[in-house]
Design a protein around this ligand. Sequence first.
Ligand code: SF4
Length: 368
Amino acid sequence: MRGFLDTLQGIKAKGHTLIGCFPLYPPVELFHSFGLTPVVLWGLEQDIRDLSISDRHLQPYTCHVARCLTEFVISRASGLFRALFMYNACDTLRNLPEIIGSALDEESTLPIMRLHVPAVSLDHAYAAGYLQDRIEGLTAELENLTGRSFSASAFNRSVELYRRQRGLCMQLEERQAQGSMSFADCAEVLMAGSLLPVEEHIALLEARLRESAGTGSEMHGHPGIMISGILPPPRHLLEVIEKAGLTVAANDIASLRRSYAYSPAPATDAGAYYEDFYRGHHPCTTILPSADSRAEYILKTAREKNVKGFIFFGEKFCEYEYFEMPHIEQMLKSSGIQCLCLEMTDGGGEQIAANQTRIETFAEMLHT
Ligand code: SF4
């Protein structure tokens, strides 16, 4: 796979107008309906080795995800993107637009658009009304940016495309769980969706589904595990899991299943669509109201998939994920599911050997 920056430059050279979005669940359909190509700025570790610019603006106890994002945006966003977009998620990201805005070159005219997603349940009419109002405001900003008017039919076409993409992601995941491909390969194809234009990602997913149709199930019958975290661990650790004779039977990774497991019904009204999108979102620590059902969801899925173990790849300093883990661990253990919690410090590279040994030991335990 090419690096993040090379891939984006290649997409831009083909004539796409890029909008850089963070964090994971931006209103991509709305951007796409205005002729923009949304890119979710996640998983930048492969390109970002030096964090010296980010370190001037963020405290060192910020997660690696946010540090890489800040470094990338401040050093490379101008000239690459037509605009940036951000919605609120965790405390780490809360003031990032102001930090980035003040750190960008003084001559930079890169607009930074924002959306506030209510941190209370959208079952409250006032919260749902507020979100719809914010979506209207964002739509007006996009009209100004692009010189186009909102088109209900263009929005509906974009919604259909992203529904198709999410459906194919689910199919590929199922294919992998049946043993037709390694999880490392599958995750790479799924993660490509954060930066490829949706049409190209759909073509890639369709090609992989065709290639893997009817293929054998080498790993089938090995102990199944569920993995969780914000990002998948580095490819090397995914390969260690599989070489140790474990099958990833389910994932609760934010940049994977949590991103594509739920698609609202097709709609032409953007406000109503995003109310449904965030209300029905797959449980995630970063969408606070949905987090209430997360522990229950994990237990239910672990039982349905009959997994023997659960591996949590925690981003160091991501308190949203860590707060829940003791409860989830206790709940799973009392149901007979073994847990392993690993900490990813610099995208997983720093302690790779130690984590490899811990995974191999965990696998031995599951095999007995
Ligand atoms: S990894 Fe956690 S702390 Fe970091 S940006 Fe994501 S949700 Fe926030």
